[in-house]
Write a protein that binds this ligand. Structure first.
Ligand code: NIG
Length: 401
């Protein structure tokens, strides 16, 4: 089955050449993109969709979410808006609610959140464990996550549960918990921050998870300067996420991780993932996305959808904020929310590990993950803040909205 999408006013490919085509068309064949170019040259297909002079982008790649949870933290949010500061301790509230929720309900809740994201243009999505915090509940979260998300990350090292010794808990994470989640996850993460895991504990977790064959990510430098970025680069993590408080040495280390990078080899540096919705919801300073890009760091934007610090799955909101507040251009922000997310997940074009699953850019052979805006150009994402601009979504070639 093939589908021709034609009469596209602006086709933002986010491909290797950063091409933006006008008066364009795309052909989908099964799950993949089979052709793109000038609308007047388009081949015939089984069906045709008139884009009506709208803009077409790659679907959003949301590389950082925490969707496996139950419960509500409205009261904590209200307290924060009244002047309280965020601390990692709120994670325990969600852990309690999550543990007492059935598999069926946890799955239903997570599926609802994924559906909400897809309806807003997200076509590839990572999610994490981290609200189980014991062997049984982390394994259960990982199993459920693997049924609802494209990529799953083990975040047993999210918070030391109340009443447990931090050292003993770290050993539990690195031993029985890691073994129990291993069949369901591709990535591991650690919340390296005051109030969560120290540098030594984080190092222990990263080493064990790397030895177990997992790719690495780090929650780092969210609440203050610290060792997160340094550790992420040292361990060759695919991404370090939050990055609000960076020293010049941190920025230099991230930039150095990309020196000599050759797009298409699959081997690359550490992506800095900015989470602007989280920054606003926690009243932290926005991550220095402009400075990172100017230094040569590859950037991703992600929603960080979770009940504590960022209860939104809106990637468009993140893009809008990145343009209006972080001083990214529209093209840079869209790139970070599509290709950047793919890079952070090792799913970019040319990644030798899994070339078949290239997402985050529109090119022949890539997964047909497409987002048709209710607007003639991507600029409208920033020009019309807060307006829902998703007109249609294709996920792996299937019309999802
Ligand atoms: O990415 N920072 C750590 N983890 C989440 C927040 C989790 C929570 O407070 O429930 C985050 O912001």
């Amino acid at each position: 089955m093939s589908t021709l999408i034609t009469n596209i006013a602006e086709l933002m490919t986010q491909d290797a050449e950063h091409r933006v085509l006008r008066a364009a068309a795309v052909v989908i064949e099964g799950e993949r993109i089979a052709w793109l170019g000038a609308a007047e040259d388009a081949p015939a297909a089984d069906e045709a969709v008139d884009a009506g002079g709208r803009a077409l982008l790659p679907g959003w790649v949301d590389s950082h979410t925490h969707l496996i949870f139950a419960g509500d933290r409205t009261a904590e949010f209200e307290a924060r808006m009244a002047g309280e500061s965020y601390s990692a301790g709120g994670i325990a509230v969600t852990t309690g609610a999550t543990r007492s929720t059935s598999d069926f309900d946890l799955t239903r809740l997570a599926m609802g959140r994924v559906a909400e994201a897809v309806a807003q243009g997200t076509t590839y999505l990572e999610t994490k464990t981290g609200y189980g915090l014991d062997v049984e509940n982390e394994a259960r979260s990982a199993r459920i996550a693997s049924t609802v998300a494209d990529e799953v990350t083990f975040l047993g090292a999210h918070l030391v549960p109340a009443g447990m010794d931090a050292g003993e808990y770290t050993e539990l994470v690195c031993g029985p918990m890691l073994s129990a989640v291993r069949p369901f996850v591709r990535w591991a993460d650690v919340f390296c921050e005051r109030g969560a895991f120290t540098e030594d504990q984080s190092r222990r977790v990263l080493r064990a998870c790397k030895d177990a064959g997992l790719g690495l990510r780090v929650h780092g430098n969210q609440l203050g300067e610290g060792p997160g970025v340094r550790l992420a680069v040292e361990f060759g993590a695919a991404s370090v996420d939050h990055v609000n408080y960076l020293s010049s040495a941190d920025i230099d280390a991230l930039a150095a991780s990309w020196s000599g990078w050759d797009a298409g080899t699959g081997r690359h540096g550490t992506v800095a993932t900015c989470l602007p919705a989280c920054d606003l919801s926690t009243r932290q300073p926005l991550a220095p996305g402009r400075e990172l890009l100017d230094a040569g760091v590859q950037l991703a934007l992600a929603s960080n959808c979770n009940p504590g610090t960022s209860y939104t799955s809106s990637m468009a909101f993140c893009v809008t904020t990145a343009v209006l507040q972080m001083r990214l251009s529209v093209h840079e922000a869209v790139r970070a929310a599509t290709y950047g997310g793919a890079l952070a997940l090792g799913r970019e074009a040319g990644n030798d590990a899994d070339g078949e699953r290239a997402v985050g850019s529109i090119a022949v052979g890539h997964r047909a993950d497409l987002h048709l805006l209710k607007a003639p150009s991507a600029t409208h994402l920033a020009y019309r803040p807060g307006i829902p601009l998703t007109h249609a979504v294709w996920r792996a070639g299937v019309r999802a909205r």
